[in-house]
Ligand binder design. Structure first.
Ligand code: DGL
Length: 267
């Protein structure tokens, strides 16, 4: 079991921000990634649809024999909250590890949360933060256009379109004097520099992909499921839309060219 892969899924490319961190923390692990690129975005769909997609994504990963599943998607983690009870392997979403990191990071007790519409409507991060410390103030903002910017390659902090959308969405959070901002969608770390430039260096950005990768490493360690083989792990990618488009954009997320296998599947 321990040399089986870790399964990670997202609606599209965003979960690759978690893959990048996981490879840093657990370089010997094999990873199977599924990006539902034919159905992205999930964040403006109904609860019922998001749950159905999440179940299909998880079943696909289970069919690959994974030893753990990570929903590297803020939307799925916020909405398909019953998924963990149906799986025969350890599971984590991104909400709890990320909320815990924000609670640790804040100094003035004012935390911002940005995510998709479904994530913000669910108030998942807000509830998880207040469950840890009810004295904290939490302000939320839906940023659905960030997902479209990222999926379509508008990534540079120099790009006026990126700057305009960042300013439009984040102005109110800035006025609330947040000192910590949860990037509650795994797509958002890709435009983190534009967000940081707008909010200033005094605001700490919490990357949900990174925090979840660290948490997953803890879970696998505790359950004695770490790969005992000390060669470098490999990654296999599956996408539901075209492989070429995925490869092109994925290298931006991963910070390096995708040299591993990428396959198209239909769910
Ligand atoms: N990366 C996803 C998230 O974390 C999804 C974006 C979307 O599909 O709308 O929420």
């Amino acid at each position: 079991m321990s040399d089986n892969a870790i399964g990670i899924f997202d609606s599209g490319l965003g979960g690759l921000t978690a893959v990048k961190e996981l490879v840093k923390v657990l370089p010997h692990e094999n990873i199977v990634y599924f990006g539902d690129t034919a159905r992205v975005p999930y964040g403006n769909r109904s609860k019922r649809t998001i749950i159905r997609y999440a179940e299909q994504d998880a079943s696909f990963l289970l069919s690959k024999g994974v030893k753990m599943i990570i929903a590297a998607c803020g939307t799925v983690s916020s909405v398909a909250t019953g998924l963990c009870d149906t799986l025969p392997v350890p599971f984590t979403g991104v909400v709890n590890p990320t909320a815990a990191a924000a609670v640790r990071a804040t100094k003035n007790g004012i935390i911002g949360v940005i995510g998709t519409s479904a994530t913000v409507n669910s108030e998942s991060y807000k509830k998880a933060i207040l469950a840890q410390d009810e004295r904290l103030s939490v302000y939320q903002q839906k940023c659905p256009l960030f997902v479209s910017l990222v999926e379509n390659g508008f990534l540079s902090e120099e790009d006026p379109i990126v700057q305009l959308v960042v300013e439009r969405y984040l102005r109110q959070l800035k006025e609330k004097k947040i000192d910590t901002l949860i990037l509650g969608c795994t797509h958002f770390p890709i435009i983190a520099q534009a967000i940081q430039n707008y909010l200033g260096d005094n605001v700490t950005l919490i990357d949900s992909g990174r925090e979840t990768a660290l948490y997953a490493a803890d879970v696998l360690t505790q359950k004695k499921l770490l790969n005992k083989n000390d060669s470098h792990g490999n990654c296999t990618y599956y996408v539901s839309d075209t492989v070429d488009d995925f490869k092109r954009t994925a290298q931006i997320f991963l910070g390096q060219a995708v040299i591993d296998d990428v396959y198209h599947i239909t769910l």
